[in-house]
Design a protein. Structure first.
Lengths: 358, 358
């Protein structure tokens, strides 16, 4: 089979040029006589790889010098625990914005560690909307305000971030490096790599370095941000393969023209798909219009039977991963960075044909 | 450059047939039109991969049915914390056998969580010996007895495991699946994958399933073994790539003839190298004879200057990764499963020549 257009929510499509480069040097990395997977993380050759990944992230996302860039294991789900363990002090409260499934998981882990205050909840709209910045009021003794910048399952995305006194922390797993954000407005952002920047098994953490000092000594060394900051993400053996792929993805983004160019492409892709959805009553987009995600586009068909047929026929036509999350059903097209415009165009073309024949 | 013989301690050499198979299907996994890295962990195709990895581990290592096989993130270093968090109850003590650097790291994390008793310490011999089974006496209120079956830095290895009343827990990062052990004698074994079974970013955990029930509710969900047992290592997105490589390594081991065949090869490889070291006073093996590791062989030369020369000339001759750990110096040859006999023979040939010319 030829290469399909992959709309899966994650692990998701990687840029084809990245895969091709990795394929080419797979058996012999930079004439070392071994694969990158077989190389010591303490070697000069590997240090250059992780340095290149960090430098790429810093350049592309304009990370200020007083922020640390960490490559950790355990995905965003481990961050749900590490954040309160490191940053939720006694007498403080962790403020959480509940925008859907992923925010709920973060809240669940916060509650194990300390006091949690859900300062906004999207339950009324079944999590099909995001709060406006002004709707978010932090607690007086807030340790941090936690938000989920994009909810992968619902397909909703923050458009305007709140300004908070306590550090603003954002789970950006599904929209990291897809649009320009001002890092200095956040205490920390983090993301599982497997949607926009690499393979699974890696979490990117960008945090204001001074925040790491808050961690109490009751927390295991391996879970303290300060431990990994001190050792440049190599306190223990990191996921060397995934970091290598991230370095290649960063090269690809910079060759495209950086984040401004990528953001423009992402906006265009989303516009093509939402325009198609809005052009006919056959499709019912799920997210409220002003909260629509540029990364995960969710919609329904007139019946579940038609949805099943749509997914099956799309898959057969080389349009993969369109099934909505098992918790909500429907259709979901994840159009992350690596999804080409041609993929969205092919999907829209297929949709028009499907509607005509339905 | 052609493929070198890689004696690095980890991330370490992978079997060449595994790399070649992964290379072949890198851009299109099983005619899916995508790479294995781009595939949903919830897909049927991927479920077959993780099932195959687990079944391979179970067959090769004869894992009893009342044990769970988990593929976790964070390496062995995260296990150092997860073990006491899950298993060290109030009023109990965690017994630790201190055999060197890695045991010390496990002890350090244990102390953050609760009461720790170091029931044996190899300091007297500078950690160049392992205890005999009879030297290990557990505490009365022992939650578990933790050992490190092989110390990668010193190059010492347990030959005979103690029988304990409390669950015996072994960090087998550097000798997992290299020799036959009776899993039923252990409460749990675990290993970072990057030495004998796969790439970095993955820890294999094999544990008696009932032990997972001990975890208190004060521990974050993501760190509870019960969470991952319930969800088949997929509570959150696992390191899909590393698990895929593990499945291929298991296939390779079974094609070789399984663990009995592999153990024989490993014994032969180690004998070739230790015989060379014992045949001349030019070399000084570090580990005490009865504790010598079959995986990490450590020795000294008459001077540090000669050691530097040895490493440089060996590297130039295609024998990579022979530098001892930075904390102890000297020479270390890690001859894990994927290191072929031909590699050890080439090393010994080089050593003879080096000695003649020194």
């Amino acid at each position: 089979m030829g290469r399909v257009f992959n709309f899966g929510a994650g692990p998701a499509a990687l840029p084809l040029p990245v895969l091709e480069k990795a394929h080419k040097e797979f058996l012999d990395f930079q004439s070392s006589g071994m694969s990158i997977m077989e190389m010591s993380h303490r070697s000069k050759t590997y240090q250059a790889v992780i340095d290149s990944a960090e430098a790429g992230i810093r350049r592309i996302m304009c990370v200020p010098d007083n922020y640390s860039v960490l490559f950790l294991q355990g995905g965003a789900s481990t961050q749900f625990a590490q954040i309160p363990l490191n940053l939720l002090g006694k007498g403080q409260v962790g403020d959480y914005v509940n925008t859907g499934s992923w925010a709920e998981k973060a809240i669940r882990e916060g509650k194990v560690v300390g006091d949690v205050n859900v300062i906004w909840d999207g339950a009324e709209t079944n999590y099909m909307t995001m709060p406006k910045a002004a709707e978010i009021t932090e607690s007086e003794n807030s340790a941090y305000v936690h938000i989920t910048s994009n909810e992968t399952i619902g397909g909703v995305q923050f458009k305007e971030f709140p300004k908070t006194k306590a550090p603003l922390i954002a789970d950006m797993s599904s929209d990291v490096m897809s649009r320009r954000i001002a890092i200095e407005d956040f205490g920390m952002i983090y993301a599982g790599a497997q949607k926009n920047i690499g393979p699974s098994g890696l979490a990117l953490v960008v945090m204001r370095t001074d925040l790491a000092e808050r961690c109490p000594e009751t927390v295991n060394h391996i879970f303290r941000y300060s431990t990994q900051i001190k050792d440049g993400s190599m306190y223990n053996t990191p996921n060397t393969w995934a970091i290598y792929i991230v370095s290649k993805v960063c090269e690809w983004v910079e060759e495209l023209g950086g984040l401004d160019a990528l953001e423009k492409i992402n906006e265009e892709k989303a516009a093509i798909l939402y325009d198609a959805l809005d052009s006919s009553d056959f499709w019912t987009p799920c997210a409220q219009k002003e909260s629509r995600s540029l990364m995960n586009v969710t919609w329904r068909l007139p019946s579940e039977e038609l949805e099943k047929k749509f997914i099956a026929e799309a898959t057969a036509a080389g349009l993969a991963g369109l099934k909505g999350h098992r918790s909500v059903g429907g259709i979901r097209a994840s159009i992350y960075n690596a999804c080409p415009t041609a993929g969205v165009e092919a999907l829209v073309k297929f949709m028009k044909k499907f509607e005509e024949q339905a």
